[in-house]
Design a protein around this ligand. Structure first.
Ligand code: NAD
Length: 245
């Protein structure tokens, strides 16, 4: 994969999947910009990958507009920033609902819209959605609703750009070995009193392969979506979860 001369912007680049995307795209020769709220975390990834770090909050329209103005033209835009909070549905506050829609869905909307407004010609928009964008899960209703929204947004925008050399796709991973999953393990332990191995097993058993997805598996798929071979993949929600169990 040679992405020399291509400019990539990755939101939520300070940790987990975003940090690995920065590594993979930099290794493929692209110029990488990582964006997020926590400058210290971004700088640490930037130091390792050679990426440029820019502070931005994807829920804030002005901040996202400023981000793209500062980054300059980007050919590949990856809306990866996200967050997952859990609560039984009847105990879900409006603030929690709005926070989940804000970062996961509105964040992707703003990142895609500004990304597309400045896209010079050939381009790729990729959302890191979730298997929760394709099916229901208990205790995370706002996250599931937001990620289903991301898949719908992806399908709609893909049709608007289909006649140009631009594709729009969503990657839908199962549980991935990142801090987000570590937080889910900690939540399960706090709620149930399970030990760490038991709490992790409760998550991995949702995968037909009985394991977590590793961030480089997502990076490889994102890189492939940026290849010429993948130019016909448009408006797709690609499940990466060890099987459709
Ligand atoms: P993570 O918590 O390590 O990464 C999320 C990143 O988004 C963090 O760096 C965080 O600071 C950033 N972020 C959060 N709110 C932001 C905001 N308002 N503006 C800018 N940045 C913000 O977790 P991750 O697993 O790397 O998650 C990356 C993406 O993958 C998310 O969209 C998540 O929903 C999705 N995902 C994760 C899993 C999983 O099991 N970890 C599974 C499926 C999908």
């Amino acid at each position: 994969m040679n992405l020399a001369g291509k400019h990539v912007l990755i939101t939520g680049g300070g940790s987990g999947i975003g940090a690995d995307l920065a590594r993979g795209f930099a290794e493929a020769g692209a110029e990488v910009v990582i964006a997020g709220r926590r400058m210290e975390a971004l700088e640490a990834v930037a130091a390792k990958t050679g990426a440029r770090a820019i502070q931005a909050d994807v829920t804030d329209e002005e901040s996202v507009v400023r981000l793209f103005a500062e980054a300059g033209p980007c050919d590949i835009v990856i809306a990866n920033a996200g967050a997952a909070e859990s609560a039984p549905f009847t105990k879900t506050s409006l603030a929690q609902w709005q926070a989940m829609l804000g970062v996961n869905l509105t964040g992707t909307f703003l990142t895609f819209r500004e990304g597309l407004r400045q896209m010079p010609g050939w381009g790729r928009l990729i959302a890191i959605a979730s298997i929760a964008g394709l099916r229901g899960h208990p205790y995370v209703a706002p996250y599931v609703a937001a990620k289903h929204g991301v898949v719908g947004l992806t399908r709609a925008v893909a049709l608007e750009v289909a006649k140009r050399e631009i594709t729009v796709n969503a990657i839908c991973p199962g549980y991935v070995a990142t801090e987000m999953t570590e937080r889910s393990v900690a939540n399960i332990r706090a709620r149930t009193g399970m030990d760490a191995a038991g709490a992790l097993a409760a998550l991995t058993k949702t995968s037909p392969q009985n394991r977590l997805i590793e961030p480089p598996e997502i990076t490889s798929l994102a890189l492939w979506l940026c290849s010429d071979a993948a130019r016909g993949m448009n408006g797709q929600a690609l499940m990466l979860a060890g099987g459709d169990g």
